[in-house]
Design a protein around this ligand. Structure first.
Ligand code: EPU
Length: 425
């Protein structure tokens, strides 16, 4: 397994280009299943997760060609298979995004139930509640969810018990081909939900209200293929903003959407960073040190849970004490033990972490436990004294494209040690 080795050094400086958003790309691949014909997806980040969803869509019958590093041509003329196998779903929970489109197109979808993962139990009951309200019959057996309908799905009024991003996406992708009107209340408002709605609209769907808590969908009888460009990754952009902050740097983040970054930008400003932005650029200047600020994660437009671990690394070396409360996932504190190995002073109590900032973290051997936890360790390593060695970086590769190359360009001393290299030396 690859390792990342970082020698903590001075402030990062320069500019970094943000890739397409993983969490916007994954539902787009699933949505291509809805229309018979050829689609082109551009600005797709080259990640383990995007490769997995491409493989899944291929297993279901699509013909896929990667025409360059970030462009996929996907032909969904013939979708014959309705089953997403365990071998793929176990590596990526977002595989369950094919449930809605398969049900709408084929009247049947069988997907291995995603198990719990490092950040929490993560059930899909809300996805199933919505699909069942649209008229589907659901059988759960042998570790699979088997959803079917013998007639066209029927529009329904659905109130989500909790706000779920992929849950609302699945219901939207089923409802676009249902008979009549579907109203989803208490819907997620994330930019990735709007991006999916935009893509579905360009395929001929009739969707209103995305980006608000009530989404209304008037079903149509068929959709035509369309092409799209994936929106910038707001979590990658946020991670680089924190990289600038934690190293006292001066970094310009390009190809980003500053409108998606309000909660994080606000917190970084409170912490003492100077932040300015135009249409697609964000500039972060952190010359006066970092003050402690409290953060509570919340659905968009609140502070993203996907930035919680990275922000905790920053608070570990802030002036003063802060509290970070995690309200989305019950177990998203796996990075705490690793940050403590680097000297961080953090106490956990239920879903809150109390962090007393220290002057300097110290480099150590640490282990990545999930995607965003890995990013927090990289950030900690950049600002720490001495060498940090992060193992199990395959977690990082699920969601960050060329992270160490991008950091190196900003002046970080960072390298990847491919598995087996240390043995060869
Ligand atoms: N939940 C349920 N029942 C459901 C669905 C969700 O109880 O049917 C709970 C979850 O267990 C969680 C909360 O609701 O406690 C919110 O989960 P949500 O469904 O919104 O998460 P998700 O759709 O599975 C997406 C992102 C995550 C991101 C969350 C929250 C994708 C592919 N994944 O997951 O991204 O953390 O929304 O914003 O879009 C990441 O990129 O590192 C990542 C984990």
């Amino acid at each position: 397994m690859d390792k990342i080795i970082i020698e903590g050094n001075g402030p990062l400086a320069g500019s970094v280009k943000i890739s397409g958003a993983k969490n916007a790309a994954l539902p787009m691949f699933a949505a291509t299943l809805l229309a018979p014909g050829a689609t082109v997806l551009e600005n797709v980040p080259d990640l383990m997760d995007t490769r997995t969803i491409a493989k899944l869509v291929e297993v279901l019958g699509a013909r896929i060609e990667k025409t360059d590093d970030s462009t996929y041509a996907i032909d969904c003329v013939e979708i014959k298979n309705h089953e997403a196998p365990y071998s793929l779903v176990k590596t990526m929970r977002a595989s369950c995004l094919v449930l809605g489109p398969l049900l709408a197109r084929l009247g049947r979808a069988k997907v291995s139930l995603p198990g719990g993962c490092a950040i929490g139990e993560r059930p899909i009951d809300q996805h199933l509640k919505g699909l069942s309200a649209l008229g589907a019959t659901i059988d759960l057996s042998h570790g699979y969810v088997d959803i079917h309908t013998s007639s066209r799905l029927k529009g329904a009024r659905i109130t989500m018990d909790i706000i779920t991003v992929t849950g609302v996406m699945n219901i939207m992708m089923a409802a676009v081909l249902a008979d009549g009107e579907t109203v989803i209340e208490n819907a997620a408002r994330e930019p990735e939900v709007i991006a999916l709605a935009d893509f579905l609209r360009s395929m001929g769907a009739n969707i209103k209200g995305d980006g608000t808590a009530t989404i209304t969908i008037e079903g149509v009888t068929s959709l035509k293929p369309a092409s799209t460009t994936i929106i910038p990754d707001r979590i990658e952009a946020g991670t680089f903003m924190v990289a600038a902050a934690i190293t006292g740097g001066d970094v310009t983040i390009t190809n980003a959407n500053p409108k998606h970054m309000s909660a994080l930008s606000g917190k970084l400003k409170e912490a003492g960073c100077e932040i300015s932005a135009d249409d697609s650029k964000i500039h972060v200047l952190a010359k006066n040190g970092i003050e402690a600020v409290n953060v509570t994660t919340a659905p968009y437009p609140g502070f993203p849970t996907d930035m919680q671990a990275q922000f905790m690394a920053l608070m570990s070396m802030a002036r003063g004490a802060s509290v970070i409360e995690e309200t989305i996932f019950e177990n998203r504190f796996m990075h705490v033990a690793e940050l403590k190995r680097m000297g961080a002073d953090i106490k956990l109590s239920g879903n809150s972490a109390m962090i007393k900032g220290i002057k300097k973290l110290s480099g150590a051997e640490v282990m990545a436990t999930d995607l965003r936890a890995s990013a927090s360790l990289v950030l900690a390593g950049l600002s720490a004294e001495g060498r940090t060695v992060i193992s199990r970086v395959y977690h990082l590769d699920r969601g960050y494209e060329l992270m160490e190359k991008k950091l190196e360009k900003l002046g970080a001393i960072i390298r990847r040690e491919p598995s087996g290299e240390s043995k060869k030396q």
